[in-house]
Design a protein around this ligand. Structure first.
Ligand SMILES: [Zn+2]
Length: 138
């Protein structure tokens, strides 16, 4: 795995610091959040340098942490029409070539990504219900 993501953090985590990362669904958008937690140093304190979050596909090191914690599931994209695939591409930030490969071979998604993709591909927009972002089961 090409994992050379070296973050330029203003301070260093200690050996007991644990990196937590997760993804969330907000409407039809993917969000990610990451933070350090530690019981020995103050690195995990709020309002310090530890917390990070953003919209869209998770950065490589964040996604890697999510995958390490939750694993991946293979999502079948073949049932999706063009609008669905366009939405998937936007959500995941994939290139067109990656999307073609994903349609052919399936896509290795995190559970949260899979839940959102499934919703986009199956187009469960008909009801227009705003069911408050039921997250993927633990
Ligand atoms: Zn620490």
């Amino acid at each position: 795995m090409p994992e050379s993501t070296r973050m330029s953090l203003p301070c260093e985590p200690c050996r007991r610091c644990v990196f937590h990362a997760w993804q969330l669904i907000d409407g039809d958008e993917l969000l990610w959040r990451a933070e350090w937690q530690c019981d020995t140093c103050a690195f995990g304190a709020p309002d310090t340098c530890n917390r990070d979050e953003g919209p869209g596909p998770a950065p490589g090191h964040v996604r890697a942490a999510v995958v390490a914690a939750e694993g991946t599931v293979l999502v079948d994209l073949r049932g999706g029409g063009v609008p669905a695939l366009r939405a998937v591409r936007k959500v995941l930030g994939t290139t067109l070539a990656e999307l073609h490969a994903a349609v052919r071979d399936g896509y290795r998604a995190t559970p949260v990504e899979a839940a959102l993709i499934r919703r986009l591909v199956t187009g469960s927009t008909g009801a227009g219900s705003t069911g408050a972002g039921a997250a993927a089961p633990e």
